[in-house]
Structure formats: C-alpha cells, structure tokens
Design a binder for this molecule. Structure first.
Ligand SMILES: O=C[C@H](O)[C@H](O)[C@H](O)COP(=O)(O)O
Length: 244
C-alpha cells in the first residue's frame, strides 16, 4: 500500500476517530490509502466486538484489507439504487485538504480536497459522493489554506496525449505517473492511466474541476469539491475535527 508524509501515529488517530463515528447497522464507504487503512482496521476490531456494518470498498486494496479484517462487504451496485440500503457514511483520506484558520490556529471548516495519490480517486469519488456523510481522515501535513498539489487525472489510455494537451492549454503541466516497481506507467484498478497535473496554487477549485471533468478522455480527476462534511485531523497528541 502507498504511504505518504505525516506520522503513522497521527494517521492512526485520525482513522480510528472516524471509525468510532460509525453507528450500528450503517453501510460504510471504505476509502483507500494509509490513513483510511487505519479506519478499516478499527472497523474490523469493532466488527469483532459485535458491530453490525457493511463496507463498500473504493479499491482493490481497501477491499482486500476489509476482507482480511472481517468487515462484511457490499458491491457499490448492491449499496445504491432504488431498493438498496444506500451508503450512510464514507471514510476516506486525502492528499491535500483546504481548511480555514491562520498560522498556528486550529483549522476551521473543510473545503475542497485533492485525492488520487494512490490512483483510486475515480471509485473513491463514486462512493464518497454517494454517502450521506463523508468524513475525511488526515494528518496535519495535508492541511493547506489553498490547494497547490498536482491534481491526479485518470485518463483513457488512448486519450493521454490529447488530455495532456488540454491540461497545458488550461495552464497545467501534466506528468504521466510511472510505476515504482515495474517499467512503465501506473495502471488504475479501472485499466486507465494517470496524469499528475501541476497547476500551482488553485484559487478556484470549482472552475478547474469543471474544466477537467468536461475534457474528453478524462475518466475522473482528483479535485473533490463540496463533498467533505468533516475532517478528522490526527496530531501527535489527539484529534481535531473541523466541519464544513
Ligand atoms: O488514491 C488514493 C487516495 O485518494 C488516498 O485517499 C490519498 O492518496 C491519501 O492517502 P494517504 O492516506 O496514504 O496519504
């Protein structure tokens, strides 16, 4: 599983805090990444202790971990739809979270997110957007007043050059994500490629999200606007919770 900056203890506090917010009987979206993994492990512990939940995985990795930890699973197609239970809450990590507050003040509010460092953002957005409540789990290294990390963009393989041109025309610099342990590109769980697109400071995430979403060949981009309800930020000593 991919890991990122920030201490594992802080990630664990964040993930466990969100897992504790899940109620008996709920359907839970299971995010991807090193922070969401802590939430899945804690949910597994709670299932062992008698909690009745069903998880909806956002990736091959989150499905595997949930199965290993004994969390019962539903496919997304079984969870949403006319006679389906729906998704009560999703717990997912982020690569960057726009928050209010200045300097050393505690973060206030939760704005747009950048996700997809693990190339799972397409399925994550499906699940996170379908949930009644979306809890982001993060460590302080993910908080920023303005989003400025490269935006992961999942593209159809045949569209990668055309999308890269469109990204340049929109003021971005695309880089094809390459695999660390094989020669060649990262291939997503959906069989597509990822362009990491650097735009510098993103002052208007909503407009950039629309531009990327309407570019032919883009399967999904990693800007999540207006979806997060809470962010659980694990620190070295505790957890801060900021709400939308
Ligand atoms: O594609 C991966 C996801 O969007 C992750 O939730 C995100 O990259 C954060 O991962 P981590 O908690 O490992 O930093």
């Amino acid at each position: 599983m991919k890991t990122s900056g920030g201490s594992d203890a802080a990630k664990r506090r964040a993930g466990e805090s969100a897992a504790e917010a899940v109620a008996d009987g709920e359907v839970v979206g299971l995010g991807t990444g090193s922070t969401a993994a802590h939430a899945i492990r804690r949910l597994g512990d709670r299932v062992d202790a008698g909690l009745d939940v069903r998880g909806v995985a956002t990736s091959f990795a989150s499905r595997e971990l949930a199965a290993e930890r004994g969390v019962p699973l539903l496919d997304l197609d079984e969870a949403v739809g006319p006679d389906a239970p729906g998704i009560d809450v999703a717990i997912d990590g982020a690569d960057q979270v726009a928050v209010g507050g200045e300097g050393d003040e505690p973060a206030t509010g939760v704005g747009a997110l950048i996700k997809g460092g693990g190339a799972a953002h397409a399925r994550e957005k499906l699940v996170d957007a379908a949930a009644d409540r979306f809890l982001v789990v993060a460590d302080p290294s993910k908080e920023a007043p303005v989003l400025d990390r490269p935006v992961p963009v999942e593209v159809l393989p045949a569209g990668r050059t055309a999308v890269a041109e469109a990204v340049r025309a929109a003021g971005g610099e695309p880089t094809l994500r390459r695999a660390e342990r094989k020669d060649g590109p990262v291939v997503t769980d959906n069989g597509n490629l990822v362009l990491d697109c650097a735009f510098g400071a993103i002052d208007d995430p909503d407009t950039l999200a629309t531009t990327l979403a309407t570019t032919p060949g883009v399967v999904e981009h990693g800007i999540f606007v207006g979806l997060a309800d809470e962010v659980h930020v694990g620190t070295e000593t505790g957890v801060r919770i900021a709400r939308r």
